[in-house]
Design a protein around this ligand. Structure first.
Ligand code: B1M
Length: 223
């Protein structure tokens, strides 16, 4: 099995590191943390570690949850394992720039606790030269309003992973309109589409983290 396949397998199994005793049969064996460290020290491409190792592992976790093979605890272990790998990739995804292209306020909408994709978008935006104000998860409209009042020139990014919480994006946009706030807004997350973005009056949509950087530049008219 290749190192990238091993990373993927350990995300699927939710095995964080050697000292993690979940799942019991992998106790004492290298987990996502050690395997990502190995991949980095072997100079494997960071994009491949991210997409072929970590993200594709998470896709399998989603399928297993959908077909009833996994429940929330298994998803949680996989999320922790994935985060431990992402933490190690962070310095490679962020190339510290001296001046910033602009500020992006980002958050996962109210009722939604998913933050892995949002964190990845934040990292890629930082790597792309933006200052990122990450509000976190479960962010109600009022918090987005307060944040734009503190950063009047900021672009706003919203993430949602649940079909029920994506409707909160509409609420934030409606709140902005009712208060006369004109900051541009872009959205993303697994259930979100370009069409939905148009329907709720968002200024943009990006399907993944790298295209989020392109969209942010486009919305701020940065070549
Ligand atoms: Co949840 N969950 N989850 N979950 N979870 C999904 C989303 C689900 C699709 C699983 C499934 O059924 N197959 C399903 C949603 C179904 C639906 O609504 N259509 C689901 C469910 C049902 C739930 C619960 C309701 C389960 C329950 O309690 N019964 C519950 C809800 C909790 C809540 O939020 N209130 C729940 C809980 C959890 C955990 C806490 C266990 C955990 C999250 C941990 C965490 O984030 N800290 C979790 C996980 C891990 C998942 C899956 C398996 C993986 C999500 C993920 O991290 N993907 C997910 C299944 C799946 O997506 N395959 C699932 C990897 C990540 C890199 O991708 O987040 O899509 P993603 O981000 C991408 C793009 O979407 C995009 O760029 C990112 C990088 O390329 N993107 C943006 C994201 N935000 C963007 C913003 C942008 C632009 C692009 O601009 C601003």
């Amino acid at each position: 099995m290749s190192l990238l396949d091993e990373i993927k397998e350990n995300v699927i199994r939710g095995h964080i590191n050697k000292s993690s005793n979940y799942p019991p049969d992998l106790n004492g064996k290298p987990g996502v943390e050690e395997l990502v460290e190995d991949a980095i020290s072997q100079n494997l491409d960071v994009g491949e570690i991210l997409h072929i190792g970590l993200i594709s592992g998470m896709e399998v976790v989603g399928e297993k949850f959908s077909n009833g093979e996994y429940f929330v605890p298994e998803m949680l272990f996989s999320a922790k394992a994935m985060k431990s790998g992402l933490k190690l990739l962070r310095p490679y995804l962020i190339d510290h720039k001296i001046s910033t292209l602009g500020t992006v306020i980002i958050g996962t909408v109210e009722g939604d606790m998913h933050d892995i994709g949002k964190n990845l978008v934040s990292m890629m935006l930082e790597g792309g030269g933006f200052e990122v104000i990450d509000l976190g998860v479960n962010i109600p409209s009022e918090k987005f309003v307060t944040a734009v009042q503190e950063h009047p020139d900021a672009l706003v990014g919203m993430s949602a992973l649940l079909t029920i919480t994506m409707e909160k994006m509409r609420d934030v946009i409606d709140t902005f309109h009712s208060k006369g706030i004109e900051n541009k807004i872009f959205i993303g997350g697994a259930p979100v589409t370009e069409r939905y973005a148009e329907e709720i009056g968002a200024d943009g949509y990006a399907p993944d983290a790298s295209r989020a950087v392109r969209k942010a530049k486009e919305l701020l008219s940065i070549a």
